[in-house]
Ligand binder design. Structure first.
Ligand code: SAM
Length: 210
């Protein structure tokens, strides 16, 4: 990446970092979700939302704004998330690779979920192939969870890293949903290989070709 681009990227990071601080958001990541909700309206007032890999809670704050107090947001992470005062937000410590993770999540939900979000990612080791493989495993886990806990017509938004395994993953998502989009939010760093898949409208099982 050229010097000018690096400079722009750093200024953009700094801009969202300061904005998050000023607006009392727990992370810069809040804006990645908020910008996508604003554009695609995929979290609606009253929705039940499950946020996987939610610490420290920036996405929970953006989801809560869209779902409102008639909605419900469950944040899940390996790490504890500082609790929210609102009763319609719950957070739990859970490793999504645990075999009973889906059952545990369902036990906290008032109904099946309208939206599943996943920003889960490994601690970046710098060994690109390894980081990408772990990230795709987590995104695959999130897709499996979404299939089990979403209501028909529910929406799924997940982080992925671009690379060899990405296309294969995308092909798994496509047949399950009515519409699938690739998203690079403005608040995402231009140089990172991170992008997002927004999958709208989970098909009922009988509408998915085996
Ligand atoms: C980029 S951070 C999420 C930031 C969050 N979206 C926000 O707005 O504050 C990724 C999170 O994924 C979590 N994570 C990674 N592997 C996980 C797993 N197996 N189960 C649950 N959470 C996991 C990490 O602990 C980390 O907090």
């Amino acid at each position: 990446m050229g010097k000018t681009k690096t400079w722009i990227t750093e200024r953009k990071q700094e801009y969202y970092y300061k904005k998050a601080k000023a607006e009392n958001y727990r992370s810069r990541a809040t804006y990645k979700l908020a910008q996508t909700i604003e554009k695609y309206h995929f979290i609606k007032y009253g929705d039940v939302v499950v946020d996987l890999g939610a610490a420290p809670g920036g996405w929970i704050q953006a989801a809560r704004k869209a779902a409102g107090k008639k909605g419900f947001v469950l944040g899940v992470d390996l790490k504890p998330i500082e609790p929210f005062e609102q009763t319609y937000i719950r957070t739990i410590v859970l490793d999504m690779t645990e075999p009973d993770a889906v059952q545990q999540i369902l036990s906290f939900l008032p109904t099946k979920a309208d939206v599943v979000l996943s920003d889960m990612s490994p601690n970046i080791s710098g060994v690109w192939e390894m980081d990408q493989a772990i990230q795709i495993d987590l995104a695959t886990k999130a897709l499996g969870v979404a299939q089990q806990i979403l209501c028909v017509n529910g929406n799924f938004f997940t982080k992925v890293f671009e690379g060899d395994m990405f296309k294969e993953y995308l092909e798994k998502v496509k047949p399950l949903f009515e519409e699938v989009k690739l998203i690079k939010p403005k608040a995402s760093r231009a140089k990172s290989s991170e992008m997002y898949i927004l999958a709208l409208g989970l098909k009922s099982h009988k509408n998915v070709e085996e």
